[in-house]
Structure formats: structure tokens, C-alpha cells
Design a protein around this ligand. Structure first.
Ligand code: 2BA
Length: 114
């Protein structure tokens, strides 16, 4: 069994919930906040049989496309953004590329329901 921990942009959370439910996956949603942008996101805990991991990951990929995020007040992250601006090909100041989902996959020793 595997545990998927997926930090998802808030705007995709309900679509992902629907897609997972349609496919019979169980999920728990937690309200979370990104450490850098300090904006709300949603963290999904999805326990899946190992054989269904790829299907669950494909579902996340299909429903959570990456996007550029423009944020007015990035002064708290000024240093990091200046360094990005100094490197061609990276984001301009005031904008960062935010993944649709940041996904971690963990091994689960046991799942028990009582
Ligand atoms: P945030 O921490 O708010 O980060 C939003 C976006 O800001 C990141 O997008 C990245 O493009 C940029 N960013 C983050 N830290 C940065 C830094 N120190 N310098 C320059 N730019 C930085 P993503 O990487 O797609 O991350 C989206 C969200 O996923 C994050 O929101 C955070 O909530 C979560 N996340 C990302 N990496 C993580 C990790 N290693 N562990 C736990 N959560 C993570």
C-alpha cells in the first residue's frame, strides 16, 4: 500500500476530489498554506493499493495543470525572486511558477480501520 501526499492548488481541489471519488479512491483533504507564497492550498492524503498508484498519480496529473502565479506582495521573498530574475529562463520578479500539485509517495506499513 502507498500513501500519496499531494499539495494541490486550491482551485483544483474540488475537481480532484470528484475525479478520485469517481475512480473509487479514498481521500482526506486538509486545508494548508504554502510556506513561500503564504497562500492557501489543499493537501490530499490518498491511501492506495500499490497496483493502483499509477492510476491515482495520472488522475492528479490530469486534473492539476501547472500555472504561473502573479502575486502582488512578494517583498518577504525578495531575495529569492531577485536571484531568479538574475538567471535567464527563470521567473520574473513578482511571478513564480507554481505546480498544479506537489506530490510525495510514501510506503505504508499497514492500514487499519477499527
Ligand atoms: P509555496 O511554498 O507557497 O510555494 C509556491 C511557489 O513558490 C513554488 O511552487 C515555487 O515555484 C516558489 N518557491 C517556493 N519556495 C521558493 C524559494 N525558497 N525560492 C524561490 N521560489 C520559491 P511549487 O514548487 O510548485 O510549490 C507549490 C506548493 O507546494 C508550495 O507552496 C508548498 O505548499 C508545497 N511544496 C512545494 N515543495 C514542497 C516541499 N519540498 N515540501 C513540502 N511542501 C512543498
Amino acid at each position: 500500500m502507498k500513501m500519496i501526499v499531494a499539495v494541490v492548488r486550491d482551485e483544483y481541489a474540488s475537481h480532484l476530489t470528484e475525479a478520485l471519488t469517481r475512480k473509487g479512491f479514498g481521500a482526506t483533504k486538509l486545508a494548508s498554506t504554502g510556506g513561500f507564497l503564504k497562500a492557501g492550498n489543499t493537501t490530499f492524503l490518498i491511501g492506495v493499493p500499490a497496483g493502483q498508484l499509477d492510476d491515482a498519480l495520472a488522475t492528479i496529473k490530469a486534473t492539476c495543470p501547472a500555472k504561473r502565479s502573479i502575486k502582488g506582495d512578494l517583498t518577504f521573498a525578495e531575495g529569492a525572486l531577485k536571484s531568479a530574475a538574475a538567471n535567464p529562463g527563470q521567473s520574473a520578479p513578482g511571478a513564480v511558477d507554481v505546480s498544479g500539485a506537489t506530490v510525495f509517495v510514501l510506503d505504508v506499513e499497514r492500514m487499519i480501520k477499527v
